[in-house]
Structure formats: C-alpha cells, structure tokens
Write a protein that binds this ligand. Sequence first.
Ligand SMILES: NC(=O)c1ccc[n+]([C@@H]2O[C@H](COP(=O)([O-])OP(=O)(O)OC[C@H]3O[C@@H](n4cnc5c(N)ncnc54)[C@H](OP(=O)(O)O)[C@@H]3O)[C@@H](O)[C@H]2O)c1
Length: 313
Amino acid sequence: MRSAKYSGPGSAAEVISISEVEIPVAGPGEVLVKVGAVGLNPVDVKIRAAATDFGPIRYTDHPGWDVAGVVSDVGDDAGEWAPGDRVFALAAFPDAAHTLAEYAVVRARDLAAAPASWSIAQAGAAPLAALTAWQALDVAEVRSGQRVLVLGGAGGVGHLAVQLAKARGAEVIATARPGKQELLRSWGADTVIDYRDEAALAGIERVDAVLITVDDTLPPRGAVADGTAVVTITGLADAQRAQLAGWGADPVTRILVAANGAQLTEIAALADAGELTVHLDAEYGLDDLVAAHERVETGRVTGKVAVIVDADV
Ligand SMILES: NC(=O)c1ccc[n+]([C@@H]2O[C@H](COP(=O)([O-])OP(=O)(O)OC[C@H]3O[C@@H](n4cnc5c(N)ncnc54)[C@H](OP(=O)(O)O)[C@@H]3O)[C@@H](O)[C@H]2O)c1
C-alpha cells in the first residue's frame, strides 16, 4: 500500500515521501481501516520538523494520528466493529500511529462511528482537534450559563471549542481576525473580538473559563478574576502562570489530548444533531502532502486541513 514517510528532521519538501509498504494486520483489540481521509495538525508538522519525541508524544517515520475510513478487517476481541463500518479516530495519541496510508491499524477503543452528516474529509480532519477542545472544556468544567473565552477561535481546535462550548450552553467570546469573524458567528460565537484590537480586548469582563489555543497568549486582564478556570493547550512560561494567579485565576491547567473513542462517539452525536461542523480550510491528496504541511505551517489555517487518501472510501 502507499504510505507517507519521513526521512528525518527537515522541511516538508526535504523529508516527506510516499513509499510502498505492506498492508498491516489487525492484532487483538485492533481494527484495520481502509483510509479515506486524515487530518493534519500542528503537532504533525512540528514532529516532522524535529524528527524526535516531544515528551510523551512519540515520533515515527510513518506518521498520522487522525483518520476516517471504512473498517476492512477486525482482529480478535475488537468489540462490535465489522467490515464496512464507517469510522473515525484519533489513533493511539500520544503514542505513535500510522494513519497516513491507504490502510491503518487502529485500536478498537480509539474508534467511533463517523458522523453520518459529515463528509469523510471532515471526519478525518476532526478527531485530534475535537478531542482537544472536548477535553479542555471538561477540565474547565464548562457548563450552561457560564461565560467562556476562546483565545484563537478560528483554528482547528478553536473553531470546534466555540461550537462545543455553545453546545454545553455557555456564552462564547472568541478572538479572530475581522475577516474570519462572520465564520465564528456562524459557529455560534456570541461575541468575536479582533485579537489585535487592544481596546476591545480590554473591554472583556470576567469570564468563568478561558481556553488558550495560541502560543504565548494571555487573556486580557479584565477577563480573569475570582477563580476563572484557565486551560491551555500550548506552553505558558512560569511568569505568565504567576501573572494569571495574581489576577485571581485558578492554577492554569495545561492539557495534552488523549485518544478516546467514547468521547468521539459523543462528539459524533452532536455533529448529527446539527450542533457541530468541521470547517475545511483546504483538502490535499496524499501526493500533495508537502503542500498540506506547508499550509499548516503558515499558522493561518481556518478550521482544519484534510489529506484525502482515497476519495471513494
Ligand atoms: N495540548 C494539546 O493536546 C494540543 C492539541 C491540539 C493542538 N495543540 C496546539 O495548540 C495550538 C493550536 O492548534 P490548532 O490546531 O488550533 O492550530 P491552527 O489550526 O494552526 O491555528 C491557526 C489559527 O490560529 C489563529 N491565530 C493565530 N494567532 C492568533 C492570535 N494571536 N489570536 C487569535 N487567533 C490566532 C489563526 O488566525 P489568523 O490567520 O487570523 O492569524 C488561525 O486561524 C498549536 O500550537 C498546536 O500544536 C495542542
């Protein structure tokens, strides 16, 4: 089968190739998926560029974590999955997986039935970002009636966090450039603020929870007080954490997303209830994987980038 391969650290153009490898075999507790589409995330490009583990995130030269496709075969003790099932998953993360290929072995517990209302490209693009947003909102204990600030509302994680926070009944304030603000409103954001507009940022009053999805970005001073929950998916310096504590925030929690098929099942239910969509910034073929990496590396992606491995799946 055809599979993406990295040849070591370097730029996308230097190290990405497509090679022929054996179709893998599903072992106990595993499922073989005929791959339709795979999401590309910032972690994919960071780990390709460095060709090394990042803490618990495992580097592999046969990459890919997101996946959507159709079950082709099942190993022993793989639950109720059967050939022909349309599925999606964040495979094994933060352990290594190998989904950027025509077939992928996925742990049965990482799989969920793909939303019937999403294209295979949307389902393949969503899992890592959607689970990150879901798990961040869980940690912040976001619930109905709360005010939530999403810093970076247009990105892969941010655009799903806006929608998932709305689905939990929160009032959502999010930051984005003016050109992306209509989209954010269509995803349910109640207030959208240009992240370069200092006066507008300063006008945000206390929120119950902040989700930080942009590197080196603190919420505005006025948004944080009296036990505001702050969850970040990117790094924060000790001084920034101390500053937030001084403003009255609870201790900042940094999360690392984990594969979770049960949560993807809940996410799929919201999708099919019309409460969650995946905005596709762009779709690329497997042969255009270099261009897909370069698009994600711009940091300007709106929603998600999908790699279409087989459009007929
Ligand atoms: N901890 C975890 O488990 C976890 C999971 C997923 C992702 N992450 C990390 O979280 C970060 C975000 O991931 P992602 O997939 O959402 O990234 P992404 O899709 O690449 O985010 C790009 C978006 O960020 C927006 N943006 C850039 N600077 C901004 C700013 N100052 N304020 C508001 N928006 C801004 C961009 O809008 P403009 O074009 O307007 O600039 C663009 O729409 C990455 O560093 C990623 O590695 C961590």
